[in-house]
Ligand binder design. Structure first.
Ligand code: ZN
Ligand code: ZN
Length: 340
């Protein structure tokens, strides 16, 4: 199923502009990503907000939100180029030039149409989805988000639409405070926002149980034309901000499941973005493992071992998680004609 045992042609999208916090405007990658992103930003964000971000970052002081997201010089250009990266990834996949694409600079899932939030200025995945709807006539997109924080910005943007199925796994009770399991969408979008709010302590086996029970049936039933995976690394057990139980092995399993589902339901079309992650060594290892898993690129056993956690004990599935999963199934599966 995954590319018939062969490596899958996978684009790795990156721009030095992501580091514009330090670099100058002369950087050679800038014009292309910049132009593409500028034309499409308004598909999600208001002109007023875009101009606000630009002006504030030119001033170079203060915040873009209520205190999490500083208006430093270069942030505007950096944020636009990250949107350009996800747009490029989506376009490469949709046009069939690559089966999968990674933009580890993307996944800024807290940004809303007219406000920044939680280190996120522009919502790159939402812009890419609107771009695909508008220019490629895409009718069904799935966005799976395993960042440790709720994908509130992405959810809000598509909350009343069934053309976009959003599924967010996150720790409940930390920033941004939303993402309870009864948030399922409104109107036409009822049943198309899915939330899996997890509360520690829980085992890695519990997390993966919930993922396997909920994601595959929904993706098989929904049959998205393209799948986005927001692969934030802050659900790792050693992340200093979140407190979820995933190891690098769990992250590998998630990448593997989503990769298989993309081939099964979406002709392989899969875009992976980064997201949060506040332990740099974990982030490096998790994203490398994700790329290796999805692309099928050959690495030696030894190389792969060096990327993994030493210990891997997923534990047993916790009863409260089994109950939560049953509740979510009862709430959401009927909208998709799936037996509970
Ligand atoms: Zn593949
Ligand atoms: Zn996060």
């Amino acid at each position: 199923m995954p590319c018939l045992g062969m490596p899958c042609p996978t684009a790795f999208v990156w721009s030095g502009d992501y580091e514009l916090y330090n670099f100058g405007p002369w950087h050679p990658y800038k014009p292309y990503l910049w132009r593409l992103a500028m034309e499409e930003l308004t598909l999600v964000h208001t002109r007023h907000y875009i101009m606000f971000v630009k002006r504030k970052c030119e001033d170079g002081y203060g915040f873009l939100d209520y205190g999490d997201t500083p208006a430093a010089p270069g942030v505007y250009e950096g944020a636009v180029s990250r949107v350009g990266g996800t747009l490029t990834a989506a376009r490469l996949v949709m046009e069939g030039r690559y089966i999968h694409a990674f933009n580890l600079g993307g996944g800024l899932h807290h940004a809303r149409p007219s406000s920044a939030s939680g280190f996120c200025v522009f919502n790159d995945i939402a812009v890419a989805v609107r771009y695909l709807q508008r220019w490629h006539g895409v009718k069904r997109v799935a966005v799976i988000d395993v960042d440790g924080h709720h994908a509130d910005g992405t959810q809000d943007i598509f909350y009343s639409e069934r053309e976009v199925l959003t599924i967010s796994f996150h720790r409940y009770g930390i920033y941004p405070g939303t993402g309870w399991h009864d948030e399922v969408g409104v109107g036409d979008g009822e049943g198309y926002s899915v939330n899996v709010p997890l509360t520690p302590p829980l085992t890695e086996a519990s997390y993966l149980y919930a993922f396997r029970e909920i994601v595959p049936p929904l993706i098989r039933s929904y049959k998205p034309e393209i799948v986005f995976l927001q692969y934030g690394a802050d659900s790792h057990r050693d992340d200093p901000l979140v407190g979820l139980p995933l190891s690098t092995h769990g992250y590998q399993e998630i990448a593997s499941i989503v990769h298989g589902l993309a081939h099964e339901a979406s002709g392989g079309k899969l875009v992976v973005t980064g997201g949060g992650g506040y332990n740099p060594d974990n982030v490096r290892r998790i994203w490398a493992i994700g790329f290796i898993t999805v692309s099928g690129v050959a690495v030696s056993e030894e190389e792969l071992r060096s990327l993994h956690d030493e210990a891997h004990d997923p534990g047993k599935v916790d009863k409260p998680v089994v109950e939560l999963v049953e509740k979510i199934k009862r709430l959401v599966f009927p909208y998709h004609g799936i037996d509970v």
